[in-house]
Design a protein. Structure first.
Length: 257
């Protein structure tokens, strides 16, 4: 079995893959400081709860956008599994070409998502990841990652408005019944939700216009991608496990050398 791990700014997501299928997933919070032993124990316990023995994990691959947790995390993995994890980084064989001005600036999570979208859905394709930040990335029909847009994530935006406006509360992010809001909470929910739907549709249209590829497929992922994708016809697919599948695909390419 393969253990795939995506270390994001908010959560660390784990997937156990056997015969190309995800058999178990779980998450822990990124922002809690942990020692290598704590990481090892947490992972061991979560696997046990899924009836998966640590010894049954044959290999491990990681993508991370949080450098300051990597030392403890990798040491914990090595100590408790006896295996040196593969880390996706510049120079890793992925099957796509990063054709931006500075390829080393592109986060590992965006590269992994791009690989999955291109390999699973084909190019040209746009990947939208609704995470801590919302990212829009374009991969050509030839598998070249050529451009991307980065904007504030939905939760980050909701948190900022609650913190900076003294009389506005923290809210649950959800689709309101109507945009005709009649109280403060619903007005905030409507602004966030419909604002991001509008942003999504405009950016997709602009990419299609400037690339000249009206046939570009659009794949959404990330925790809040589902509610956005359900509210616009401009997103073709929602794939909650896109990053985990991308890690599997990259692992298979590395091992096929």
């Amino acid at each position: 079995m393969l253990l795939v791990i995506d270390i994001g700014n908010t959560n660390i997501t784990f997937g156990v893959i056997e015969n190309k299928k995800i058999t178990a997933t779980f998450r822990i919070t990124t922002k809690i400081p942990r020692t290598s032993d704590e990481y090892g124990l947490v992972i061991s316990e979560l696997l046990q709860q899924k009836n998966i023995a640590m010894a049954s994990i044959d290999d491990i691959i990681i993508s991370s956008v949080v450098p300051n947790v990597m030392h403890s995390f990798q040491n914990g993995i090595l100590k408790y599994t006896g295996k040196e994890p593969i880390v996706v980084e510049p120079g890793t064989r992925t099957g796509i070409k990063i054709a931006t001005t500075n390829p080393r600036e592109v986060g590992a999570d965006r590269i992994v998502d791009a690989v999955a979208a291109y390999e699973i859905y084909g190019g040209p394709v746009m990947v939208i990841d609704y995470g801590t930040a919302t990212t829009y990335d374009y991969i050509t029909e030839n598998g070249e990652f050529t451009a991307g847009v980065t904007t504030t994530g939905i939760r980050s935006c909701a948190k900022a408005i609650a913190q900076d406006a003294a009389k506005l509360p923290e809210i649950e992010i959800k689709r309101p019944e109507t945009i005709l809001a009649r109280d403060t909470i619903k007005s905030m929910q409507a602004g966030l939700f419909y604002g991001y739907v509008g942003q999504t549709e405009y950016i997709i249209d602009k990419f299609k216009e400037e690339t000249g590829r009206s046939d570009m497929k659009v794949v959404a992922t990330g925790g809040l991608g589902k509610i956005i994708s359900e509210s616009t016809e401009k997103i073709d697919y929602y794939d909650s496990n896109l990053t985990l599948h991308g890690l599997r695909i990259i692992y298979e390419k590395i091992k096929s050398r």
